[in-house]
Design a protein around this ligand. Sequence first.
Ligand code: MSP
Length: 527
Amino acid sequence: MSGERTTYYITTPIYYADSDLHIGHAYCTVAADALARFNRLRGRRTFFLTGTDEHGQKIEEKARSLGKEPLALVDEVVARILPLWERLGISYDDFIRTTEPRHEAVVQAVFKRLHDQGDIYKAQYEGWYCTPCETFWLERQLGPEGRCPDCGREVRLLKEESYFFRLSKYQDRLLEYIDRNPDFIQPPGRRNEMVSFVRQGLEDLCVTRTTFDWGVPVPFDPDHVVYVWIDALTNYISALGYLSDDPGKRELFETFWPADVHLVGKEIMRFHAVIWPILLMALGLPLPKRVYGHGWLVLDGGKMSKSKGNIIDPHLLMDKYGVDAVRYFLLREIPFGADGRYSEASLVERVNVDLANDLGNLLNRTLTMVEKYCGGVVPAPSPEADDRSLEGLLADVGPRVARAMDDLQIPPALETIWELVDLGNRYIEENAPWNLARDPAKRDRLDTVLYNLLEALRAVAQLLIPFLRETPGRIWAQLGLGGDPAEVRWDEITGWGRLPPGTRVAKGQPLFPRIDPEAALGRGEGE
Ligand code: MSP
């Protein structure tokens, strides 16, 4: 898919700055990070944006209840989010906060422009509002007992003079666009949901509030603040310097807009696949190429969320298992696009089977044999060897991983890399180097077999660069290689014979010591 593209722009939603992030939030951002790292490795100029959504009634009320200024509250939360992203190795190119002047100025300019062109008008609003979701609802849309149809919490009646955005005017254009661009909303199930939602009819959207202050003021009517979702969605272009006077900043917009992918959770698809595209249409801007709605990490049948009290703190998991175990689990275990059940027991199993047993043992066994039979030095393969099994698989794995990543299918990309790991382990059994070592006439064959294993491990270390933070470098060091394994291009990784014979290997600690499930999880507490 689109092999010639030279740039890649991926975003995750900007996180509500009223709460601490849990492993469910980390899921989306780790996935986006893997995609961004993969595209950088591929030589594409890549921009990965994330940030925090800091305005709105919810944050104002929470700050007040704590006796704090809203800005002081969000500053504290951001000061906790940034070290989490740092520890998880999130390689964002920009982190935007919606309280930054560079963002607020764009929100005001966009609002004024839409008002000047008649797409925003003033009228009386009467309807329901869910503050936790920051969402307006019509009477007929409410769920059982008149609650929020999304989160089931109480809604409140609003009667305010407000500004409205003419969503209804763009309804047919949006449907036509979705129809003509089958890749725009993914996966397909979510596209169908969005189409039927739009077909039910779009009402004009209330886009200002007057009963609290914590938002971006409407430039020509400062008693009103801009609705937090209009404010927040604009981050995807404000961060790129849209409407900026600074030519350096605008260059980012010209290079990266439209985005290649917005990765968002399924519950905020409606904002990203209906309101946001219409806002862009009204501004005369192209729409993002893909809006991908991923599923949730669920725990005991429900979405992990603070209000349910079932959140898992990523710091605690990383303290216990390390950053790569957590990243690997999130990227490998959860089918992208569907919900995935979180349990610590399945994390432990992934670490023990895939990382400790398959990958860790392949490295360990290979290096032990190189030490024992080759004095710890990478042997030269025999020029006559016609054994191409690992080489052939590597040539095939590279393009398959790339295809999976282009399709945002991250678990299959990792499975494909594990084909190489598995073949490596089978190759050891099939060739039994310990037998070859007993017969001096088989010295060439032994050298070839060990070289092939080492070279496959070199490739695996580099193939893992988009996914894991520490493991590629650790394999690299044990193979005795200097420099940074990430200083390579994707197409070079899959070429054969890059590991120089004569290198002295440096066998070290096992990559992933096996975890004792009983000790780690406690009896019967595995879920
Ligand atoms: N602030 C809005 C986004 C505005 S974007 C213009 C918001 N923030 S959030 O913090 O509630 O959620 C951020 C992202 O985390 C969403 O994509 C959401 O789906 C995702 N997740 C939150 N809990 C999750 C799980 N349990 N599992 C997977 N993703 C989850 O929405």
